[in-house]
Structure formats: structure tokens, C-alpha cells
Design a protein around this ligand. Structure first.
Ligand code: GAL
Length: 363
């Protein structure tokens, strides 16, 4: 701890010089300025560093905002940096947080393998590492807090195979660098495989999307439609961003709203597409619950207290102690009882394009 305070003091000097640059330069960097952290010099103050891959998707902005609000409520400091999908930048930002002497480092990695170096660097300074939402592979990461990501894939495939028990299927996955993308796909294949073996379902196209880019997903969907002369019966997209891309390609062929498409993240645009009938479902992962759980665990790590976990996830090196939360299926029928009831998105915005007399009544 003393070493950390010393580090924090010296880092403060360094950061004060730097801050003007980083703060101004990096749109993804949001920090409670270290100077604040030391205002009043409360030694027992817990400082948590959070190294994020990106703020590109709506959900990550929610993670950032919820974590900052919750940290304030709990009286802990949180320093957040986002690397915009750049591995070298994420490593540099994480090393910067480590050099500032944070008590715990949370990491949502861009690249599950590359981020292992961050765990090593943090452990060299005695700083525990929490893998946030996405797992860091092949490392001695201390704890993993996320949703049950394999179940996300199972829920997507279960939903769409009930609607379309037979036919030509397309799978559009997420970023190959993201361990979650592989868990989502594994879950979906758990459900599809027996139906494929029975010959009921034919997986005519199956590709991952670099950096979760909707434009990649749109290209995949266009290729699948061309290769199968538009004879596509269902599409499993790993998240709402890729679903949006696939639906753009389907609408070019006047198939949007006719071919079921899954998603994930309950983005506002996806919730609108769902109530308008363009997207079939999404998997809702209440981000405030994830942020609050991760902060509770991080504070326990900082205080060297025992962390309650509800499972482990193997990362190729160890069985990482994990806290996995439940994902929730959302479609047109339960939008009011989930997204609207939780205040995740405002009623007026979700039903924006639905005539007032056709909207479900607010309770
Ligand atoms: C995954 C995350 C999803 C989705 C995706 C794109 O790791 O679990 O919720 O947002 O990244 O950023």
C-alpha cells in the first residue's frame, strides 16, 4: 500500500504534466482527474482503474456512465480509459493506470489473448485484475464478472428455432478477438447442432464480424443472400449492431421483417426495430446490474476480502473464479415488462415510430 501511495504521488506529478494531453486528446478517456483523487489525501480511499476496449457500442457507454455514478455513491474513485479497439493503446492505458497506483484494475479487453500482458504487469505491482464482461485468456486473472455468455447464444437459437424449426440458417458472429463471441457461438451451436444433424436445419453461412462492425455483418448477409438466391429462413446475429447490419441487407431484398433476426444488448435502435417488427428479439443484459456487481467485487479485492462467486470459467490457463449474471430474452410481447419497466430506455423513444393508439398502455 505504501509503495502504491508513493507511486500515486509520483504518478500524480507525472500525470499532472500529462493530463492536459491525454484528457484533451483521447475522446475515449474519461477520468476523475488524479488531482481530485488526492484532494484531501484520504489514504484509505479505494481507486479502481478500468481499461475498456471501446465506447463504440451503446452498451459500453452505459457501462461507463453506470460505473461512474455507482462509484460516486460508494465513495470510491474510478479512472476509466477506452482504447477504441487499439491493442497497443489499451496496453499503454492499462500501464498508465497501473503506474498511477490503482488498487484494482478492471479490464474489458479488445483482444482476449493480448490482454494477458496487462494481467502480468498489474500483478508485478501487486494489483489484482478483474475481467469485466469479456474474459482475458491464458492469464492468472483474479476474477471474472459477466453474464452467462454461452446461455446468451442458447437463448438466441432457442427463440429462433421455435419460430423456424426447419430451413436455411445464417450465423453472423462477433469479433474473433473477443472471447464472448466464441461463447455466444458455442451456445447457439449447442441448440442448432442436433437440428443440423437431423437435417431439419442447414447452416448455409457462418462467419464472424471483425470488431463487431455492423458493416461487416451487412456484407456477410449480402453474401449469404446472393449465394443462396435469397432462400434464407432465419438469421442468428450475435448482437444488435450486427443485427442492424444484417437487416439493412435484408431490406435491400425486401426481406426485412419477413426473415427472423436475433440480437443482443437491447440497444434502443434494436428495441425500436423489435416493436416495429423488423428484428425478432434481443438478449437483454441489464448493464447496471453488471456494473454494480463488478464494483462490489472490485472493492472486496481492494480490501483483500473474500469474493463470493457462483462458478468458474476456464480461460485456457486456469479456472477463473466467476460471477455470472442471468441474460433475459426480450421481444415485442415483454418489452413493457422488461426494458420499459426497468427504465432501460424511455417508453416514448422505444415506441417512437408506433402510432399512439397502437402502443401498449403504460402501467
Ligand atoms: C461483447 C459484449 C456484447 C457486445 C459486444 C460488442 O463482448 O458482451 O454485449 O456489446 O461485445 O461490443
Amino acid at each position: 500500500m505504501i509503495l502504491k501511495k508513493l507511486k500515486r504521488a509520483t504518478a500524480l506529478v507525472g500525470v499532472l504534466v500529462l493530463t492536459t494531453g491525454i484528457f484533451a486528446g483521447c475522446s475515449g478517456g474519461t477520468t476523475n482527474k488524479p488531482s481530485d483523487a488526492n484532494k484531501g489525501g484520504k489514504d484509505d480511499e479505494i481507486v479502481i482503474g478500468f481499461s475498456m476496449d471501446t465506447l463504440k457500442e451503446e452498451r459500453w457507454q452505459k457501462d461507463r456512465d453506470t460505473l461512474m455514478a455507482r462509484a460516486k455513491e460508494l465513495g470510491v474513485k474510478i479512472l476509466i480509459q477506452a482504447a477504441n479497439g487499439d491493442d497497443n493503446k489499451q496496453i499503454a492505458q492499462a500501464e498508465n493506470l497501473i503506474s498511477q497506483g490503482v488498487d484494482v484494475l478492471m479490464v474489458a479487453p479488445h483482444n482476449a489473448e493480448v490482454a494477458a500482458t496487462i494481467v502480468e504487469a498489474a500483478h508485478e505491482e501487486g494489483i489484482p485484475v478483474l475481467s469485466y464482461d469479456r474474459l482475458i485468456k491464458n492469464s492468472d486473472v483474479d476474477v471474472y464478472v459477466s453474464f452467462d455468455n454461452e446461455k446468451v447464444g442458447e437463448l438466441q437459437a432457442e427463440y429462433v428455432t421455435k419460430l423456424v424449426p426447419k430451413g436455411n440458417y445464417v450465423y453472423i458472429g462477433g469479433a474473433p478477438t473477443d472471447n464472448n463471441a466464441h461463447l455466444f457461438r458455442k451456445g447457439a451451436m449447442n441448440v442448432l447442432k442436433p437440428l443440423i444433424e437431423k437435417g431439419d436445419i442447414k447452416l448455409v453461412y457462418d462467419q464472424m464480424s471483425k470488431d463487431w462492425q455492423p458493416s461487416e455483418a451487412q456484407k456477410h448477409m449480402e453474401n449469404a443472400l446472393t449465394a443462396n438466391k435469397n432462400k434464407i429462413d432465419a438469421v442468428i446475429c450475435a448482437n444488435d449492431g450486427t443485427a442492424g447490419g444484417a437487416i439493412s441487407a435484408l431490406s435491400e431484398q425486401q426481406l426485412a421483417g419477413k426473415v427472423p433476426v436475433t440480437g443482443q444488448d437491447a440497444e434502443l435502435a434494436a428495441c425500436q426495430r423489435i416493436v416495429e417488427g423488423m428484428q425478432t428479439m434481443t438478449v437483454y443484459k441489464p448493464i447496471p446490474k453488471l456494473a454494480e456487481t463488478a464494483l462490489d467485487v472490485a472493492i472486496k479485492l481492494a480490501k483483500k476480502e473474500k469474493v463470493e462467486t457462483n462458478g468458474t470459467v476456464n480461460n485456457g490457463k486456469i479456472d477463473v473464479p466467476s460471477v455470472l449474471l442471468e441474460p433475459i430474452v426480450v421481444d415485442k410481447n415483454n418489452m413493457m415488462d422488461t426494458i420499459i419497466k426497468d427504465g432501460y430506455h424511455p417508453y416514448e423513444e422505444v415506441y417512437k415510430n408506433i402510432p399512439e393508439d397502437q402502443r401498449p398502455k403504460q402501467k
